[in-house]
Design a protein around this ligand. Structure first.
Ligand SMILES: Cc1ncc(COP(=O)(O)O)c(C=O)c1O
Length: 387
């Protein structure tokens, strides 16, 4: 095949540059069961929870088929209605709408509700799907410095658009810190802005009924759009909107990723529903998870590692360069620990890191072993760049 086509050549050149800069991404090999896995997002370890699996099997009966078309054309699973009622009830909202992934939910919601007359105020560290939805909508995108309320207010103050949206992750996926929701909502109210939050890494963990950080911060009435995913603590697949019935109707009519994509299979909906019900029956699991994360973080900090501003189950260890992050991650792998190197462009240059994602499958002994291994590793390679 000819490679002298300029467009194709430019792809090869991009790959080459990424390899030279140690930021080339590869799909990792299957993580064996004997590996101590800190790389997943199934925080409550529900992917192999017997009670959830049995309930999912009961709910799906002997139907394992997928839907036949987009949900607007042909909805083939009664579980969609049950799941959406369960989610709305959990979030104490009028209604919910399930999308095929969290990514599809963010892109679909933002593309639908914003247009070129809208100003979107977006935290710099928000997830890529929020950024992509914003770009797709054609809105004016104003990114404020991470969690910097002074900067957000300055941008709001200078905006003359009537249609304004503030959007933030509640728990930041690569830093493990939390958005100041009370302050964001206060600014939202003062500047008559709609507020949208992404609870991907908070649902199942924070709040008395484990519905997320919005509940924990007591700001339910000031948040107009609550987005969540079914692929993290829930351990299934899908994403969702929770909010008013009017907004749900609007999304059904305008969100392209909902309208033009085939729905989820019945068996996945059964797993999602079983797992959400399980979490609602066991809302204390998040507290247990956060206690584990505190132990790991305190152990790392005690040997001089920089866990950034993490206060959640996501515990980053700053490496400072892509090469160093790769080196640390592969060292951990040789000791039977899977913890990914997170590099630019996923995180800002120079903040490359290892991301330890704590889950309930991690025992206290495991925390101790990973700590001892990290101690051994940093005696050989220093994890932060010399001052
Ligand atoms: C903050 C945040 N939002 C949205 C998503 C996308 O969710 P999903 O994996 O369900 O597509 C992710 C996934 O990593 C995420 O971290």
């Amino acid at each position: 095949m000819s490679t002298s086509i300029p467009l194709i050549e430019s792809l090869y050149e991009s790959n080459f540059r990424r390899k030279s800069d140690s930021v080339f991404r590869r799909v990792p090999a299957y993580v064996c069961d004997s590996c101590l896995n800190f790389s997943g997002n199934s925080y409550l370890a529900l992917q192999d929870c017997r009670e959830v699996i049995d309930e999912a099997a009961r709910l799906s009966g002997d139907i394992f088929s997928g839907n036949m078309a987009s949900r607007l054309i042909s909805q083939s699973s009664p579980l969609y209605d049950l799941l959406e009622s369960e989610l709305a009830d959990w979030k104490k909202c009028e209604s919910a709408l399930v999308f095929n992934s969290g990514y599809a939910a963010n892109v679909g919601i933002i593309q639908a509700i914003c247009d070129r007359h809208t100003d979107i105020f977006c935290d710099r560290l928000n997830h890529a799907s929020i950024l992509n939805g914003s770009l797709l909508s054609g809105a004016r995108l104003l990114r404020y410095r991470h969690n910097d309320m002074g900067h957000l207010e300055e941008l709001l103050h200078n905006s003359s658009s009537r249609h304004r949206l503030i959007v933030t992750d509640t728990v930041f996926s690569m830093d493990g810190d939390c958005a100041p929701l009370a302050d964001i909502c206060e600014l939202g109210e003062r500047y008559r802005c709609a507020v949208m939050v992404d609870e991907a890494h908070a649902a199942g963990i924070f709040g008395d009924s484990a519905s997320g950080l919005v509940e924990d911060a007591g700001v339910e009435s000031a948040v107009h759009i609550r987005m969540g995913t079914l692929s993290k603590a829930v351990a299934g697949l899908g994403g969702f909107f929770a909010g008013s019935a009017e907004i749900r109707d609007y999304l059904v009519n305008n969100a392209s990723s909902f309208i033009y994509s085939t729905g989820l299979p019945h068996s996945i909906l059964a797993f999602n529903l079983a797992a959400v019900r399980y979490i609602r029956k066991n809302p204390h699991l998040g507290k247990r998870l956060l206690d584990k994360a505190v132990k790991l973080r305190e152990a790392f900090v005690s040997i001089g590692l920089d866990c950034m501003n993490s206060t959640t189950q996501i515990v980053p260890v700053l490496a400072g360069s892509a090469e160093r992050a790769l080196e640390l991650s592969s060292f951990l792998k040789t000791h039977g620990i899977s913890a990914p190197a997170i590099r630019t462009p996923t995180v800002p240059k120079g903040t490359d890191r290892i991301r330890f994602s704590v889950h309930l499958g991690i025992e206290d002994d495991d925390v101790e072993s990973v700590f001892q291994i990290m101690r051994k590793i940093i005696a050989n390679i220093h994890p932060t760049p010399p001052a």
